[in-house]
Write a protein that binds this ligand. Sequence first.
Ligand code: DUC
Ligand code: ZN
Ligand code: ZN
Length: 496
Amino acid sequence: MNTSHRDFDMTVRGGRISTSLETFQADIGIKDGVIVCIEKDLPPGRCNIEAAGRWVLPGGIDSHVHIEQRSGMGMMCADDFYSGTVSAAFGGTTTVIPFAAQHRGKKIPAVISDYAKLAREKAVIDYGFHLILSDPDETALKHDLPKAIREGITSLKVYMTYDQLKLSDYELLDVMALAGSEGALVMIHAENHDMVRWIAQRLLDLGHTAPKFHAVAHDPLTESEASHRAIVMSRLIDVSILLVHVGGTETVELIRSAQRLGSKVYAESCPQYMFLTAEDIDLPGVEGAKFCCSPPPRDVRSQEAIWAGLKDGTLCIYSSDHAPYRMDASGKLPNGDATIFKEMANGVPGIELRMPLLFSEGVMTGRISMQEFVALTATNHARMYGLSHCKGDIAVGMDADLALWNPDREITVDSSMLHDNVGYTPYQGKRIRGWPEVVMSRGRVVVQDNALQVERGSGQYIRRRSPEATVPVKAVAEPTRLPGLLGLKGKAWPTQ
Ligand code: DUC
Ligand code: ZN
Ligand code: ZN
C-alpha cells in the first residue's frame, strides 16, 4: 500500500462492512473525501470513528424523491432541499436524485438552472437530477434533451397519466428513441389515464368521494395495462426503460415475463407497496389522504409479489418516492374536510424511513441478506443512474459515503422524530429494529449523536454518466429489426 495513504483524514474502525457482493471485517481509511484504504488494523487517522458492533454500509442512494417540486396538479411539495436532504441523511441516505420538472410551456434549460440554484443553496448531501418531461417538442428532442443528458441528467421521467403531464404513445416513442440514441434512461409512470378517469367519474357520480376511493379508481389493471404498453413500445425500438413505483402483482408478473423475453425493462418499488395496503386508506373523514399515492398501496398478496420481485431481481431498485404533502390546503386538503379523492395531492413521505423499514423488515427478519439490502438501497441505483464511478459501493477510490448501522437499536416510529416537513408519517407506531447512527458523505460526518453536523448548501451536484444494466438480458424472443430499418442509433450501456 502507498504509505502516503497512511496519512488518513479519518478512519472508520472495527466495523463489519457489507457491499452488494460480500461482507467482511476491516477498517476504512479516508482522505480528501475518498476511500483510500480498506484493511484490518489501520493506523489511526486525524479523526477516528469507532464502529465495533456496527454494520458499515454504503450510504443509501434514493433515486426517486420529490423535493421542492411542483406537482402536475400544481401543488408545491412540503420539503425544500434543506429539510428533504436532512431527512434523507438521518435515514442513512447520502445521495438523492429528485426531479427538475418541466411543466408545459416551460423551457428545459431554465427549468434545470432554476432547480439547480435551489439545490445548491440548501442541500446537505450530494444530489443529481432527473428531468420530468411534459412537452417533448422539436426543440426539446433535437437540442435541449441531448444537451441536458450530456450535462449529466441521464434519466427522463415521463407520465402516461395526469392531464397536465401525460404524453401520447407517439410522444413516448419519440422520447424512448431519443434516450436510446443519447444513452439515457426513460423512467415511466405507467397508469392508463382514461381508465382511471372513467372509473373516478363513475365513483363520483355515485357520491363516492372519500380517500379510499382513490385506490378503487386506480385499479391494479390500470397499472398493468399501461406497464404492458410501455414495455411493448420499448421492445419495438429496443430501448431500456425503468417502470417506477410498481405496486401490483400482475405488473410484477408481466415485468418478469418481459425480462425473460429479452425486454430491457427495469423496475422500482417503494416502501408503500410493501408496508401499506389499500385498507390503510379506509379511515374516517379525510384522514386516509395520508396514505394516498399513485399507484396506491394494494393488498397483502401484492406486498408478497413485491418482496419476491425484489428478491429475484425482477425489481432492482427500492426507493422512497418521497412525495411530501401536508394535511392542509397546501397539499392533501385543498378544500379542507370537504376535499374529495380527486383533489388531494398524490404521494406519501418516506425519505427517512425507506432504509430503516427495509433493514428491519428485510434484513433483521432474514427475508433478504445484507448484500441484497445494499444492492437494493445503493449499488443498483448507482449503476442504473450512472453514479457507480463514485457512489453506491465501499471500495478504494469511491466517495466515502457511509452509514454505520446499529442493529440493536429499536425505535417506535413517531412523526415527531422525523426531519421532514410533513407533520405525519404513514408508518406511525411501527416498530423498527436497526438504525443508522452515524452517516458520512464524502468523508464529512453529516449525522452523529442524533444531530446534524453540516451546513446547508454543503452537498454537491453529481454529474451522472450513462446508466449501466443491473441485470443481464436473457433474450429468448426474436430481436426487433425496426431500429435498423428506421436508422435509430442505439448507444449500448456498459455492463460490469
Ligand atoms: N408519481 C410519483 O412518482 N410520485 C408521486 C405521485 C405520482 O404520481
Ligand atoms: Zn409517478
Ligand atoms: Zn414520484
